[in-house]
Design a protein around this ligand. Structure first.
Ligand code: DMJ
Length: 639
């Protein structure tokens, strides 16, 4: 040892002290004991200590700290650490935090500290959650096993997933006619224009204000920024806008901050941010998208701590506090919100190995399948406290819409294994057909809204997604039922097309009515606006893919021309205030879903069917593609 070596010309320390042999021996014994103690004490120093980092290998430092302080790891929650979840035990039985060099008593101490700290940080959000009215039941935020140190880290096998796809994600591109190609290229140009202007004037804000050339933040995303970046990612990728995709990716890597403290819509954060990140991860395999999605998913968990497990609509992403929308009757939760989590949450569990996300949405399913449905219909407001309906308003448009969509898509995404979802979808559609589907005097089929048994003969623009959904579901029925549903899907889509063609701008209003002599037109001033919504072109895309009738491409092209004429402005695309007036009155907002959905569905309408094939993908309600779980290829362990 360096300190005891005799230097030339100098007596050694013990000799200099004039010690005899037995004394020298005792001195050496004392010195080595002292050194061992000092080394052991390193383990008790905080992570930040320079000494600790200097003397201990990195791995031992991290693991010791993660087990000895659950609260500190939750505060700095790194997604990869929290979600590299253990599934099976590792070969070595020794806990990872116990360095072989540490003395036994010290190791005991560390074990005790780890036990007292409890389960890993994943469960922490639930524990600091507070709920309005203090009615939260003691519901663990995580049901996964706490003994992380005895299990191997979970890794999602991305390569295997890619081999399970039946088509290349961006398609094969063979033998298309020049007109289709030119139209697709035009839509790609629109996407580039929308992105470039967002990037130039609003990068890092949630949306672009194209008239005033600045950014909009809004209050839906709880302090999160870059809604347009996240919503645009997979569209840029699919359209092969490589440079623009890299710009968006770089923003996510460098500037996308999840440590925010604000009130967010659980639904919007899920469909736009988590959906967009998950889809981009599956398309590209880039870890950053996965880890951000998982980290954000964890932040949403406290919203589920209610007596029924039905989440509340609003959550503070910093504190975990959650509450219901002020406008929702009697503190209720909204069907289209808590019913539109299933697809994303199953994928969060699939990618993390953490069952907590899947458990949350399975519980929602359980509550919904048990509650009594008036005439077989699902009202839009449910109490998260009692689990019963708060008022009887039923709609396949706003407040209800994507709940139905997620039932049929859950079944498809499960490779047709989730038969409960299929049955709930079939039963709901049957009740809708029986009570809500109507024909106007002029012969247009529409889906009315229902208010405690009384029909409101109105269809919202949002309800126009249902043509595509019903066509998609019909593919898996047989005989009469299949034909009836395909006809219904085509008729609804045609009615929605009418709502566009009957306006002066050839764009459709927010809501249209079938009463007092009106047929597919808005009768109220407040319903005349168009905010770049996708639902009508979404149905064109599905019906094109499922029937190949050219009219759907014609109708899609009409929309492209109308958008160019009435919504394109110098610095992006803007919604308009009145679809019945050709004198432009722009709303100065380029919605993020215009890039996520409207332009993506238009583009796909002019693509070959193998681009994001319906055999491999389901689209979440924000048009972010999530893969179908091909169970046959998994079982066989092959592509
Ligand atoms: C999108 O954010 C989603 O489609 C959602 O389901 C409801 N509608 C908007 C676009 O209109």
């Amino acid at each position: 040892m360096v300190v005891l070596r005799k230097l030339p010309g100098m007596p050694g320390w013990p000799a200099a002290l004039g010690l005899r042999l037995p004394q020298k021996f005792l001195f050496l014994l004392f010195l080595s004991g002292l050194l061992t103690l000092c080394f052991g004490a390193l383990f008790l120093l905080p992570d930040s200590s320079r000494f600790k980092r200097l003397f201990l290998p990195r791995r031992a430092t991290a693991s010791a700290s993660s087990s000895s302080s659950a609260s500190s790891s939750s505060a700095s929650s790194s997604s990869t650490r929290d979600t590299d979840l253990p599934r099976s035990p590792p070969a070595a039985a020794e806990p990872r935090h116990a360095s072989p060099a540490a003395p036994r008593r010290l190791r005991e101490k560390l074990r005790t500290a780890a036990r007292m700290a409890g389960p890993p940080a994943r469960t922490a959000p639930g524990s600091r959650q507070q709920v309005q009215g203090g009615e939260s039941r003691a519901q663990p935020a995580s049901a996964s096993p706490p003994a992380r140190e005895t299990r191997a880290p979970f890794r999602f096998d991305y390569e295997r997933f890619r081999r399970s796809l039946r088509h290349p994600v961006r398609g094969g591109r063979s033998g298309e006619d020049p007109e289709t190609r030119a139209r697709r290229m035009k839509i790609k140009e629109m996407m580039k224009f929308a992105w470039d202007n967002y990037k130039q004037y609003a990068l890092g804000k949630n949306e672009l204000r194209p008239l005033t050339k600045n950014g909009h933040i809004g209050n839906m995303f709880g302090g999160l920024r870059g809604a347009t970046v996240i919503d645009a990612l997979d569209t840029l990728y699919i359209m092969e806008l490589e440079e623009e995709f890299q710009e968006a990716k770089q923003w996510v890597e460098k500037s996308f901050d999840l440590n925010v403290n604000g009130e967010a819509s659980l639904f919007e954060v899920n469909i736009r941010y988590i959906g967009g990140l998950l889809a981009t991860y599956y398309l590209t395999g880039e870890e950053v998208f996965k880890s951000k999605a998982l980290e954000l998913g964890e932040k949403l968990l406290p919203a589920f701590n209610t007596p029924t497990g039905i989440p509340r609509g609003v959550i503070n992403l910093g504190s975990g506090m959650s509450w219901s929308w002020g406008w929702a009757s009697a503190g209720s939760s909204i069907l289209a919100e808590f019913g539109t989590l299933h697809l994303e949450f199953l994928h969060l569990s699939e990618l993390s190995g953490n069952p907590v996300f899947a458990e949350k949405v399975r519980n929602i399913r359980r509550v919904l399948s048990r509650v009594e449905k008036p005439q077989g219909l699902y009202p839009n407001f449910l109490s998260p406290v009692t689990g019963s309906w708060v008022q009887h308003h039923v709609s396949i448009g706003g407040l209800g819409d994507s709940f139905y969509e997620y039932l049929i898509k859950s079944w498809l995404m499960s490779d047709k294994k989730d038969s409960e979802a299929k049955k709930m979808y079939d039963d709901a559609l049957e009740a809708i057909e029986k009570h809500l589907v109507k024909k106007s005097a002029g012969g247009l089929t529409y889906i009315a809204e229902w208010r405690g048994g009384i029909l409101d003969h109105k269809m919202g623009h949002l309800a126009c997604f249902s043509g595509g959904m019903i066509a998609l579901g019909a593919q898996h029925s047989t005989g009469d039922r299949r034909q009836r549903h395909m006809e219904l899907a085509a008729e609804i889509t045609s009615t929605c097309h009418e709502s566009y063609t009957r306006s002066d701008t050839k764009l459709g209003p927010e809501a249209f009515r079938f009463d007092a002599g009106s047929e597919a037109t808005a009768t109220r001033l407040s319903e005349r606006y168009y905010i770049l919504r996708p639902e009508v072109v979404e149905s064109y895309m599905y019906l094109w893919r499922l029937t190949h009738q050219p009219k759907y491409r014609h109708w899609g092209w009409e929309v492209v021309q109308a958008l160019e004429k009435h919504c394109r402005v110098e610095a992006g695309f803007s919604g308009i205030r009145d679809v019945y007036s050709t004198t432009p009155s722009h709303d100065n907002m380029q919605q993020s879903f215009f890039l996520a959905e409207t332009l993506k569905y238009l583009y796909l309408l002019f693509c070959e069917d193998d681009v994001l094939s319906l055999e491999d993908w389901v689209f979440n309600t924000e048009a972010h593609p999530l893969p179908i779980n091909h169970t046959d290829s998994k079982a066989a362990g092959q592509p």
